[in-house]
Design a protein around this ligand. Sequence first.
Ligand code: NAD
Ligand code: IPM
Ligand code: MN
Length: 346
Amino acid sequence: MRIAVVPGDGIGKEVIPATLPALTLLSDAFGLDLEYDVFGWGADEWIASGVGLPTGAVERLSKDYGCVFLGALGDPRIPDMAHGREILLGLRRELDLYVNHRPIVLSDGVIDLYRENTQGLYVGVGGTVGRAGVVNVAIDECVYTRDTVEKFVRSCLRRLSEKGRRKVTLVHKANAVPNTGGLWVDVFRKELGAFPEMIGSEEYVDSFCYNLVRDPTPYEGVLASNLFGDIISDIGAALMGGLGLAASASICPETGFVLVEPVHGSAPDIAGKGVANPCAAAMSVVLMLDHFGHTEAADMLRACVGEAARSDAATPDLGGRGTTDGLMGTVLALLGRRLSERPRTD
Ligand code: NAD
Ligand code: IPM
Ligand code: MN
């Protein structure tokens, strides 16, 4: 299995390289045969050559790779994020990675947040009307097709059911945005019929955010449209202890292709200082390993990342004085110890 590694911009260029030795160590120890190539897509290339996602990249990824491991995109020199939309939103859309799993890991359980990842307000339909460089009317259309909402909801319900989760909440705003909101509610109710073991509930997104912050414990599975899911995932990251811990996997259930990435961005405020928390990147590797069924390796890395984050190696965002490399060094040492304690199977 080949992985396309895209460090991207800012702290992406720090946390991704820091994480790769753990991936290699686990691949070797468990015989997973995971190989990777690094691609320099991002702000520098965009500024130098105007190229974001190179021509033919999507075809090459679909043919030769099963996974993208992405850092983050975003650069103060490109304030409208045009390169990021071309690369990141381009990959999500072109590879049809419509299921975005963003687990919210809390001390007493996990909320499986699923975000629709290809449509809604992210379709890029709209425009502006103005004169002399002044925008007077701005339009971004929210577009959902029944086909996409159905396959998204069905896939998420199946995933939740297979994990033994019983409660699922649809987050929407059908009171104020009745067309797309109504479609989501209709599809959710119909698809739930095929999962009699699941208990469904529906919440308006504003009230849901309020309830989530006050008490996240009642939630198990949460389904949200694209923009709502984006916002909820940062709230979820805050509940977890920070953006430095939150990981994400964007999946095409039909092809099995997965793009894993931290939830955080390029963090220009701390980029270049060597103190970015690499846990979100490492937990993205955990999601990748889990996705490909390498459960033992995934569980081991998850445990070591958790232990390292609580150790003296913790980075400033976690209240420590550690560095990116120091934290991943601790993860590697913990992995080495666990691997040496593992009973030999040969
Ligand atoms: P951000 O997530 O980059 O940073 C928000 C805050 O969290 C900052 O204070 C930052 O220092 C902190 N933070 C984030 N990740 C951290 C980590 N690993 N360790 C320690 N602290 C961390 O969000 P932003 O500042 O709004 O965005 C910066 C740029 O990133 C923008 O260009 C934005 O468009 C882009 N962005 C990209 C992605 C992505 O590529 N997936 C996601 C979000 C934002
Ligand atoms: C994320 C990011 C992206 C999104 C941006 C950078 C386009 O915020 O992955 O959470 O909105 O999806
Ligand atoms: Mn986001």
